[in-house]
Design a protein around this ligand. Structure first.
Ligand code: FAD
Length: 437
């Protein structure tokens, strides 16, 4: 790039948000630069990960079918764990074979492909470029500084840097003396780890009860995270498993546990160990997840800039969604800039259209609905510790054939649930989940 080249838009970060914004604008004929610190897009990125093809299709059309996806998800399993049991809810939906809506992915492959679509659409993709500052002139962001003499100027800068806790551009850029995003608190962020474990495709299908090529998810709560607010997962890829999970940073700090402790504890659980037998760890990754809810969302537009994806704290951990909020917000930001270009008006008032579009989208509806979800778990640790154990005892009683009559068993279970407060808790939880906002 030539020194001080001027673009319609410069995007910081080629994750799902950044590439979605770049494709949207480049397709509309705008002059776009997409800057990425990794050696190639995706090389530093981490996700569980399950990707939702609907949002991908909205951005790249039929080309989504060529994306490097791993396995379509046919079965979703959720386990509530105690040290020696796993209480499961399994949903196998065979319609997902012909009409899949989610796939396992490996981000190193997917992000590189997605950024390639931006390049094909006409964006200039520049890897190995760390943006070290947003350039602010007269109270307006006017571009991205790379600290190596080829600063990039643009009418709009779109910040898609991911969570950027502590070191992010949003936290260190000041306009009128104020940072573009306040510092996140440890209970607004989850610390997550993941191992990619190699296992023969046939063995994956056998162990996870999948037809050839099909995939399955297992998400585990309770003892799996040693009772901390979060969950662990196993996702099936073509010939690897993604195994990982996380919990609130504040709870790691309080308990002095490390993410590695969590991982080792999970892998040793008697319901998990046989699934991973013989699988060899080929990659170990760690990353943060924004969990601040609707309250944690910073100002997503300002003079000369827009913020998308994890940088804007857009994530729904209850439904394990983040990549789709990133893509959708990137698309909405891209469309806003296209409108600005058509009107030749890049004022802050015009950029505010992005906020309006977000506010009226499913993204903000979901962010509002689940605003209280993480605090609910954080302030009620019994939901992931005591209650699974009571359920385990109740199910043990129910299934055990031991000479007691079924009447005796039912009455014993009912009394146990009432004594432990489970009946009220069950009702309160259903109500809370339904009306959450
Ligand atoms: C363990 C884990 C499991 C997850 N599982 C799922 C899942 O199953 N499904 C799901 O939908 N979501 C999942 N998520 C969430 C999902 O990964 C994020 O919501 C999504 O990646 C956000 O996309 P993004 O583009 O906003 O940010 P990111 O994906 O973080 O991308 C940011 C990009 O910016 C680049 N960058 C950062 N700073 C700079 C800089 N200064 N200069 C240049 N480049 C920079 C980075 O290298 C990166 O490429 C998971 C997250 C984790 C950590």
């Amino acid at each position: 790039m030539a020194d001080e080249e001027k673009f319609d838009a410069v995007i910081v970060g080629a994750g799902p948000a950044g590439s979605a914004a770049a494709i949207t604008m480049a397709k509309a004929g705008l002059n776009v630069a997409l800057l990425e610190r990794g050696a190639r897009p995706g090389s530093k990125n981490v996700m569980g990960g399950i990707l939702y093809n609907h949002y991908l299709e909205e951005i790249v059309g039929d080309a989504w079918k060529e994306a490097p996806l791993e396995r379509p998800i046919i079965e979703e399993r959720r386990w509530m764990m105690t040290p020696d049991a796993a209480i499961g809810l399994d949903y196998k939906n065979l319609r997902n074979k012909t009409k899949p809506h989610s796939y396992s992915v490996l981000r190193a492959r997917f992000d590189a492909w997605f950024a390639e679509q931006a390049e094909k659409a006409g964006a200039v993709v520049v890897p190995e470029t760390v943006v070290d500052r947003l350039i602010v002139k007269n109270g307006r962001v006017v571009g991205a500084g790379t600290g190596r003499g080829d600063d990039v100027y643009a009418d709009v800068t779109i910040v898609c840097e991911g969570i950027g806790l502590g070191t992010g551009l949003l936290e260190k850029t000041l306009i009128d003396g104020k940072p573009l995003r306040r510092k996140l608190r440890p209970n607004e962020v989850a610390m997550a780890v993941k191992e990619i474990m190699q296992l023969d495709a046939g063995l994956i299908e056998e162990r996870f009860n999948c037809d050839p090529g099909d995939g399955c998810t297992i998400e585990c709560f309770g003892d799996s995270t040693m009772g901390m607010s979060g969950f662990m997962f196993i996702y099936t890829n073509k010939d690897t498993l993604s195994v990982g999970g996380g919990a609130l940073l504040s709870e790691f700090n309080q308990t002095l546990r490390s993410p590695n402790d969590l991982m080792e504890h999970f892998k040793k659980h008697p319901a998990v160990k046989p699934l991973l037998r013989g699988a060899e760890t080929v990659e170990y990754l760690a990353h943060l997840i924004p969990e601040g809810g609707h309250r944690g969302i910073p100002k997503v537009y300002g003079p000369g800039y827009l913020v998308c994806g994890d940088a804007a704290m857009l994530s729904n951990p209850v439904h394990r969604e983040g990549s789709n909020l990133a893509m959708e917000s990137g698309r909405l930001a891209g469309e806003t800039v296209v409108h600005c270009k058509e009107a030749e008006d890049f004022s802050e008032r015009r950029l505010a259209e992005y906020k309006g579009r977000l506010d009226h989208s499913w993204i903000m509806a979901d962010m509002r609905k689940y605003d209280g979800a993480v605090p609910l778990l954080e302030h009620n640790p019994q939901m992931l510790t005591k209650y699974p154990q009571v359920m385990d005892r109740a199910l043990d009683e129910f299934f055990r054939v031991d000479g007691a009559s079924k009447w005796e068993k039912q009455s014993k279970i009912f009394k146990m649930l009432r004594k432990e407060g489970m009946l009220k808790m069950g009702w309160d939880t259903v109500k809370a989940l339904w009306t959450m906002k």
